[in-house]
Write a protein that binds this ligand. Sequence first.
Ligand SMILES: *Cc1c(COP(=O)(O)O)cnc(C)c1O
Length: 428
Amino acid sequence: MSVAFEVQGLGITELAEEFGTPLYLYDGEEITTRFQGLREALHPALEVFYSLKANPNISVCALLHSLGSRAEVSSLTELVTARRAGVEPRDIIFLGPGKSRGEVAACLDEDIHAIVCESIGELDLIDEVARERGITARVALRVNPRFSVKGSGLTMGGKPRQFGTDEELLLAEGKDLAGRYPNIRLMGVQVYLGTRILIEESVVENTRRILELAERLSTELGFPLETVDVGGGLGIAYFDNEKDLDVAELTAGLNPLIADFRARHPETRMIMELGRFLVAASGTYVTRVRYTKTSMGENFAVTDGGTNHHMAAVGIGSYVKRNFPMAALERLDEPATEPWHITGPLCTPNDVIGKKVPMPALRAGELIGVQRSGAYGPTASPVHFLSHGYPAEVLVLDGRAHLIRERDDVEAMLGRQRLYAAPGDDQN
Ligand SMILES: *Cc1c(COP(=O)(O)O)cnc(C)c1O
């Protein structure tokens, strides 16, 4: 008898049969444990906002909302997702460097807590849209600080970036800025310094400097500090040489900073934005091996899903070419005896999910899982490539499996395309 992967007592063989493959499977218990573990350790004054970008499924958002999370959104659809998942407008912030007029209008019409503004030009737009509505918009400034911080997989601050406004530029504006826009109330500061941070001390140091910067800016620019958003960027371990953040150590460093700031600014809302940290560990990308073959002495398992659903596993951006944790899901107890390339159905040599992954001798028909895949999965992948479409998504909650997204079928893929009419065709 082989040992098979299961989620809350549900076996992977049965789940794959019921919902088909390729499939994203999320363990709601893992999300709950992650959120509550952090929430219980973290100073209560620091509110957790879920960054929908990491996994925008409405049920994932609703689960996190039910646990007490707020929402950080970056598009009109993410805003609507958060609202339909039950998040109150006062618990939503909207950020992103290229907001449209329609998105700004939706933020104002929904009356969300704050628009996080990323450029001076955007202030002009927000002011105009607010004036049309006869209201005053609450705006927090996203700042690109002079400092950056070590230990991040992808650094966002301290260098030329399209995000936020440089600290220097804001300081040069001085008190003029707040007065220039009659329909805007500047009320906060947001800084996001990077992602995939796995060093507790880096997060603490980031936060310390962001809080300092927020105080300085609000004084020098002359606006009240109603909100300060310290970003986040908390990572999770993907690779052999990485270690998950120690929540006890992290909060032991963070909480005194929060308490100290709280004492000086009892009315200020304090926000941390988290995506990956909350959802990544919950997800497994499940594919089925269609064929096994050898080429010039190396083993290949060709599966029914590939980089079209899991671009992160290929090694884009900060991931370099390292393998995500992977397993033969129906034979967890069997020793990994040989190296396998795990490849997908796309007609490109880049469609490789894992290179030389140690596995038992793989067989056609069995299930492979890419673990820790709950964040930046299909949503950050070219799901339309070769017209395979979005995979199914299943969330297991309280021992029950819920289909939370249907896989795309041919009509889903073709339904929005239009066959042009050739001359003469339209005359009946
Ligand atoms: C992407 C992003 C996040 C979420 O990042 P994670 O690393 O998934 O936690 C939060 N804030 C901003 C501004 C982002 O761009």
